[in-house]
Design a protein around this ligand. Structure first.
Ligand code: HEC
Ligand code: HEC
Ligand code: HEC
Ligand code: HEC
Length: 137
């Protein structure tokens, strides 16, 4: 009898541990702002570092929004699972209902260059082509 109970205790503890472990790994799998600099691919690839922009106090929704254009929160991004859905050109392409929002150049320059020019809390960003665009190899 004693042995049977012990075995059951071990089994139950084991299942609990597996459930906890799985729960933990789901949280870790949530999409977060990448720490490394990323390259925005396109005809004229450009670099972008989240850290610089988050340190200024910008929220995710300054740049990321949903299919209606409503700002996304960090939690909203976390539950997306597929980073491909955050790619700007996944919506801003020839299928976008607004013609002025179809080209990568227009939407990125509107979002990136306009703020760099106007500044954020009195701090301007770089506006030389080569400060964002990678040199051709
Ligand atoms: C603040 C950052 C930033 C600056 C400064 C900037 N760009 Fe861009 N630009 C981007 C990003 C991001 C993209 C999107 C990447 C892509 O589509 O290849 C882009 C896209 C483009 C494209 C579109 C490529 C296509 O798909 O047709 C062209 C052309 C371009 N930029 C030219 C320029 C020129 C010329 C300058 C300087 C006068 C400049 N950019 C300055 C960020 C910038
Ligand atoms: C100043 C603009 C800006 C802000 C603020 C910003 N992001 Fe991004 N993020 C971008 C751009 C641009 C990309 C690349 C999109 C593309 O490739 O089309 C990106 C890509 C991502 C990706 C996908 C990376 C990959 O591996 O493809 C994740 C995840 C992400 N952002 C999370 C976040 C989270 C979470 C926040 C808020 C804490 C945030 N971002 C704030 C501009 C921003
Ligand atoms: C899931 C689809 C989707 C994705 C992904 C997306 N957009 Fe948009 N975006 C829209 C829609 C829809 C609108 C029009 C909203 C409206 O009409 O009010 C819009 C509007 C805009 C505008 C013009 C209005 C404004 O907010 O200034 C800019 C600029 C823009 N997007 C840039 C971006 C950038 C940069 C990214 C990537 C970081 C991005 N978008 C990702 C769907 C998307
Ligand atoms: C709301 C304002 C704002 C937006 C939106 C924004 N930036 Fe910036 N960015 C800044 C400011 C301000 C700085 C200067 C930060 C500093 O000097 O500490 C900067 C710095 C940079 C730098 C140089 C420093 C570094 O991180 O390497 C690059 C490259 C850059 N931004 C690219 C982009 C691109 C690409 C986008 C669009 C996807 C973008 N930024 C959108 C405000 C903005």
């Amino acid at each position: 009898m004693q042995k049977k109970r012990l075995r059951r205790t071990i089994l139950v503890t084991g299942i609990a541990a597996v459930v906890l472990w799985a729960g933990g790994s789901i949280a870790e799998n949530q999409l977060q702002a990448p720490e490394k600099e990323l390259v925005i691919e396109g005809k004229k690839p450009a670099r972008f570092l989240h850290a610089t922009h988050l340190e200024m106090g910008l929220t995710c929704g300054t740049c990321h929004h949903d299919e209606k254009g409503s700002p996304l929160t960090a939690d909203g991004i976390g539950s997306l699972q597929d980073p491909g859905k955050l790619r700007c050109v996944s919506c801003h392409n020839a299928d976008h209902p607004d013609k002025k929002l179809q080209s990568a150049k227009d939407v990125f320059h509107a979002r990136c260059k306009d703020c760099h020019k106007a500044g954020h809390n009195g701090k301007k960003g770089p506006n030389k082509c080569s400060s964002c665009h990678l040199k051709k190899k």
